[in-house]
Write a protein that binds this ligand. Sequence first.
Ligand code: PGA
Length: 245
Amino acid sequence: MRKLIVANWKMALGLKSSLRLAKFCRSLAKTSSQQLVICPSYFALAPAQALLRNSGCALGAQDVSWQEMGAFTGEVAAAALAELGCAYVIIGHSERRQFLGESDRLVNLKLKAVLAQSKLTPIICVGENWQERTKSKSQAVVKKQLQAALAGFKTKRPLIIAYEPVWAIGTGKVIEVKEAQLMHRFINKTAKNLISNKNKLLILYGGSVNPDNAKALLALPEVDGLLVGAASWQANSFKKIAKIK
Ligand code: PGA
């Protein structure tokens, strides 16, 4: 089965380098055995969409406003992202939770805003930090995040959850495959209890994914794809991940 490889470009690239990499991903999508998604900064979404048309590489945003439309300086509405041709939106990334104080409640509101747009699929990020992990609280933390994010949902739309242990993001620390497998099973069970079982649910793994560890993670049936940060900013390393069979 084709898995989803989502490139999170974060704030790593300017306009020129974003479009150069988007062009590269356009051709990569033709030969990749996986479904590719790139998530550039907002300013690159429109030109990237023009480049990617009919390429098989999809477009996603790194964030979205919790509000529908109106006087919210600096925010970008889900409707505008849909209009731009985005198919995916990352919600509740740990960097936003950590540096911008995004709460579970805000994640829940953003999810509602995204699901109001029929063309958008949310990618909801969850994950514990190192301290929580050492206290064996990983599952409890993730469960709480899922309960808060998915509270009040009655939707048949597909949902994507990205398990991204905070201690593994941008640190080079790689999770044990077995640990990832157990957490993915736990997330699957927990999320399915919270939403209707009919929802198509994909669970991605993210956190220092690179060409060396991606294969073992993708081989797990519990892992439906990867959310890749730093390794997706360079054509070479992203290509190696995208070409894994
Ligand atoms: P990383 O980032 O691959 O650089 O650890 C992943 C992410 O934050 O989505």
